[in-house]
Ligand binder design. Structure first.
Ligand code: NGQ
Ligand code: ZN
Length: 456
């Protein structure tokens, strides 16, 4: 065990076995929890100012989309849908260069930290210039993402995305998709090129297949046979009903059935959205060991549908939460909407609690903690020796929290309070947010403002 370089004292902390009082956490020079004691004394410790919970991993981000969050809310001439939003999103992409990507991602990552996320999986497909011309360094925009994560101090799981087609059956890509495209060899070279920079930045490298629309079975097989990241594998699947219909027309099977039949889906995989599943698909995805990567605020915003979370959890499924298009940027908003979608569908309360007497907030938090770490390839989750010292200090002076104990702290935070409930955030044992402020707020805001002005 390496030497302890920092010692923190938590008046109350959520450990894997439950809430404990007077917890001392020793952190080593690598930012991992070296030891942990309950009923400990404060001496020699930095005292944290409220109840402590582990930070969550955000399993799905398209950082650049934060620039247009809230700007696609005017009705168009016809029927507005996911697809009309996507056309708007492609228009924004056409205006962006690598420096914009960095400025937007740095701002977003600070917002995510303040919202309770200490790691983010960036599902990164904006690889080239607006007309599809690759940058001199084909990894240019990936390096922008690495730089932004470094500046914000958030943990990063980098997932370069393979994208080659507009629809099932290898349909030719559209003009707006030119900045996203690779052939298999070019994509494998990108992964190789990113090994060293990710290692240097302490980022986990995995990969993503954009969707069954954007990659053919042959391309998927070739990539999986040759890639050597060892990291997570993510894919968008069954988000929109039209995708289900198109998949049926193409293969005679629904998207999740196709994926589980044809790809080696296991605990390395994260199925993003998986909104539209039959009972059979729900059980099969749960049994695969893959994580379902849910993005409740974006899924509501885009009119996707409601994920069958009650059935999926009953079947032993693992889930994680992501903020996707970033119309919301906090743990609280995403977990609350996940539960509320189920309530609105079933016209009942407490849908995702693990059993009688269980707190909904605690059940959701535990599930997203474990599933998020798995989906991000982040190793051990939670406050325990060997895990990263990624933690949130809730605001102990907030009256709602000062009067709550144990799981009620989570329920108050997640169901009734905003992101200000998170007072301090530590990543790898280092404070990145203190009293709601990030040390680089001003510089990051200034660069972000410049980019937003330019994109107008
Ligand atoms: C994306 N976003 O890749 O950013 C997608 C839209 C697509 C969401 N699905 C594009 N939320 O799926 O073709
Ligand atoms: Zn997505």
């Amino acid at each position: 065990m390496s030497a302890v370089s920092t010692r923190l004292f938590c008046p109350q902390a959520l450990l894997p076995g439950g809430w404990e009082r007077d917890v001392a956490i020793g952190i080593d020079a690598q930012g991992r929890i070296a030891d942990l004691a309950t009923g400990a004394s404060k001496s020699g410790c930095e005292i944290l100012a409220g109840p402590v919970v582990p930070g969550l991993a955000n399993c799905h981000s398209h950082a650049f989309q934060r620039a247009m969050a809230g700007l696609a809310e005017c009705a168009g001439a016809g029927e507005d849908s996911f697809w009309t939003w996507r056309a708007e999103m492609y228009r924004t992409v056409g205006l962006m260069g690598p420096d914009d990507v960095e400025a937007i991602a740095a701002k977003l990552y600070v917002e995510l930290l303040k919202g309770g996320f200490t790691r983010v999986a960036e599902f990164h497909y904006l690889h080239h210039g607006p007309d599809g011309t690759p940058y001199a360094d084909p990894a240019r925009t990936s390096l922008s993402i690495l730089a932004a994560a470094g500046e914000a101090g958030i943990g990063l799981t980098h997932l370069p995305v393979f994208y080659a087609h507009a629809n099932f059956g290898g349909a030719a890509p559209g003009e707006g998709q030119r900045p996203f495209l690779h052939d298999v060899d070019g994509f494998l070279r990108l992964l190789e090129r990113l090994q060293a920079p990710c290692e240097a930045a302490g980022a986990t490298l995995g990969l993503a297949l954009h969707s069954l629309r954007a990659a053919t079975p042959g391309e998927i097989a070739a990539i999986l046979a040759a890639e050597a990241t060892g990291g997570p594998i993510h894919i968008h699947v069954a988000e929109q009903e039209r995708e289900v219909e198109d998949c049926l027309a193409w293969s005679g099977r629904r998207p999740v059935d196709w994926l589980v039949d044809e790809a080696p889906v296991d605990a390395r995989w994260c199925a993003i959205h998986a909104t539209h599943m039959t009972q059979g698909e729900t059980a099969r995805l749960a049994a695969s060991g893959a994580v379902a990567g849910l993005c409740p605020a974006t899924e509501a915003n885009l009119g996707d549908g409601i994920f069958p979370a009650t059935a999926f959890l009953k079947a032993g499924g693992r889930l994680a939460i992501g903020t996707d298009s970033h119309v919301a940027t906090s743990v609280g908003e995403e977990l609350r909407l996940l539960e509320y979608g189920q309530r609105l569908r079933d016209r009942r309360r407490a849908r995702l609690a693990s059993g009688p007497g269980a707190s909904v907030g605690r059940t959701l938090f535990d599930a997203a903690l474990a599933g998020g770490a798995q989906a991000c390839g982040a190793g051990l989750a939670g406050l325990q020796p060997g895990a990263a010292a990624d933690l949130l200090v809730l605001d102990g002076a907030d009256p709602y929290l000062a009067t709550a104990q144990g799981d009620a702290l989570l329920d108050r935070w997640l169901f009734a309070l905003g992101p200000s409930a998170v007072r301090d955030v530590l990543v790898g044992g280092r404070f990145v947010v203190r009293e709601g402020r990030h040390a680089r707020d001003e510089a990051i805001d200034a660069a972000f403002l410049k980019t937003l002005r330019r994109l107008q």
